[in-house]
Design a protein around this ligand. Sequence first.
Ligand SMILES: *Cc1c(COP(=O)(O)O)cnc(C)c1O
Length: 372
Amino acid sequence: MKKIPFVSLENQNAIIKKEVEADILHTVASNHFILGDKLEQFEKEYAAFSNTSYCVGVGNGLDALKLSLIALGIKEGDEVIAPAHTFIATILAIMEVGAKPILVDVNPNTYTIDYLQIENYITAKTKAIIVVHLYGNPCDMERIESIALKNNLHVIEDNAQAHGASYKGRKTGSFGILNATSFYPAKNLGCFGDGGAITINSKTLYEDLKKLRNYGSAKKYFSDVSGCNSRLDEIQAGILNIKLKFLKDWNNERRTIASHYHQLLDDRIKKQSITDNSISVYHLFTIECQQRDQLQDFLSSKGIDTQIHYPIPPHLQKACTILGYKEGDFPVTEKLSKILLSLPLFIGLAYKDIVYIANQVNTFYKKNDLLF
Ligand SMILES: *Cc1c(COP(=O)(O)O)cnc(C)c1O
């Protein structure tokens, strides 16, 4: 039987294999593994790619979010607004600096933070809004920036799923005062391990972050602040330098796959709506199904791997009981956690496989009378 994985990095890796092997050997021979030339080059190039003045490489996406909050002085007693429907790391970052996440439900069509509800949640303690460009789809940054400006709040982007996406011609990862991202292997831009970065325009914040990721020191053995150890190492930075050159093509390929899905799947199957005036990079392609778990089993029986993003929303996770939320607090998020299914989407996914997947999905909806 046909076997289609949910994600495979095989094709991507084949394209860059030779260059990556040479680069890793080069790093090994250089004897310089941490905070070297390769990281400096990547930070320059990723800042240029993002249209920001600076970039600071860090250990992972969670640290990128955490260090962004710390750099802004956000701490216990502060509140930070974030979408209820997101990967848990967005919320854990806020909790880890001692601040309180204030969740806001998402728009049922775009799955991004419902900006119409944000102002209901702003209090005297609110310091920032973290927006998440979920599944590669940019948030409505114009609305969010105007709410932030009016209420004197910082905007931080969680750009972990949207490297290269844009809103009104401007790249995501360039709107917030600080913008965090992740290079976890399966992201649109991923390394061969853990990695992350923050893109910024402020020179002061840039200098602060360089200290914060490295024991609080700009000069070896001189610590100015209490920092942590969260650095993007030379091997990962070298790999990212190579992959960054392909990101534009790879994002185009993701958009092509998504457009095939749009064409081939029955029109009546609900999919994520892309925010007006924006370009998604389709980190994921999700569909809504009232019998989601049965659909997943059916596809699995046909050799098609799928995933659920995300089966338990952050506010109902055990790790977040301290926040005091309960079932029913965020109806859209809770509904999405029950009906969304992510279909295979990766570089090198063949057109005939997309046709096969779409046909199987259509068959399931017809067979179960789900089309109306
Ligand atoms: C992957 C991801 C993160 C966390 O990144 P890590 O590098 O795994 O720590 C944060 N936010 C979102 C939206 C993500 O998808």
